[in-house]
Design a protein around this ligand. Structure first.
Ligand SMILES: [Fe+2]
Length: 289
């Protein structure tokens, strides 16, 4: 059985992330080990555990040590075909995959690249954590990019911080991957929510930027052109290499991140090759500046 002294921590990049070894996540881990993982999670935002042999039940059991498991969100009927895979039979599991069986997707979020986003950022209570496990991988690409949004906040000019303090932004999702939602039309049937542009992490007390290129469409109460310019400025900064860790997947990797302070995206991969990751989440709370 692992103890806290068995954990070996290797930073994954200068921006964020750490690889943790010396632990088998199938074990019924002592509370002290869970506390230590939680502490490391707060420090590094993204944790990587290599060579883990995890069934779906074992993944859910481990994730459940960190809070109430998140339910897979149901898309509105008009968008349903983009998200409901035929192998998604457990309400806490989402299969991130391009695999089809008899022409039907078995999971969601298919092929190619995907812009930076926050998982369920369009909901009132975005997931607190995402826990993803590697089951099938393409020969190249399909890497996950993570941005450290504490560092992005710290890097903002004071003038911009002052301009955005107290502002909210619209997050909206129509299950697209590299395309913005048209918000000039009626959006009442598309999942959306207004969150503060800056949030304070409830455990660390630190401020972070809470926007993403895929789903954040406008800053409330700001002139549309200025809103677009300002958001693009935030996205460009967030995605610059100094703030990003690029995770190159290996089979049996368990990668878990704090979804409130790690905006993430995916690099392109060949569509004729299979990619399958098993995702579960931990329920979140409303966010505050
Ligand atoms: Fe995601």
């Amino acid at each position: 059985m692992a103890t806290t002294t068995d954990l070996k921590v290797t930073p994954a990049s200068d921006a964020l992330g750490a690889e943790i070894s010396g632990i088998d996540l199938r074990e019924d881990l002592p509370e002290a080990v869970i506390d230590e993982i939680r502490r490391l999670w707060q420090e590094h935002i993204v944790l990587v555990f290599r060579d883990q042999e995890l069934s779906m039940e074992q993944q859910l059991a481990f994730a459940g040590r960190f809070g109430e498991l998140g339910e897979r969100k149901r898309a509105p009927d008009a968008l349903r075909e983009r998200t409901e895979g035929i192998y998604q039979t457990n309400e806490n599991i989402l299969l991130v995959t391009n695999i089809k069986v008899d022409g039907e997707p078995i999971g969601a979020f298919g092929d190619a690249d995907m812009w930076f986003h926050i998982d369920s950022g369009y909901a009132e209570k975005p997931y607190k954590y995402t826990i993803l496990y590697g089951l099938e991988l393409p020969s190249k690409g399909g890497n996950t990019l993570f941005a450290n949004t504490y560092k992005v906040y710290d890097a903002l000019p004071d003038e911009l911080k002052a301009k955005l303090a107290g502002r909210k932004a619209l997050h909206i999702h129509e299950y697209l991957r590299t395309e913005k939602v048209d918000v000039t039309k009626d959006i009442s049937n598309s999942p959306h929510y207004y969150h503060p542009v800056f949030i304070t992490h409830p455990e660390t007390g630190k401020k972070a930027v809470f926007v993403d290129r895929l789903m954040t469409r406008l800053i409330e109460g700001m002139d549309p052109d200025e809103s677009e310019r300002t958001l693009n400025q935030l996205f460009d900064l967030m995605e610059s290499p100094e703030f990003v860790y690029e995770h190159v997947w290996r089979l049996k990797d368990l990668v878990m991140w704090d979804n409130r302070v790690a905006v993430h995206g995916r690099t392109w991969f060949p569509k004729e090759e299979n990619r399958l990751l098993r995702r579960c989440t931990v329920e979140g709370e409303p966010l505050h500046e």
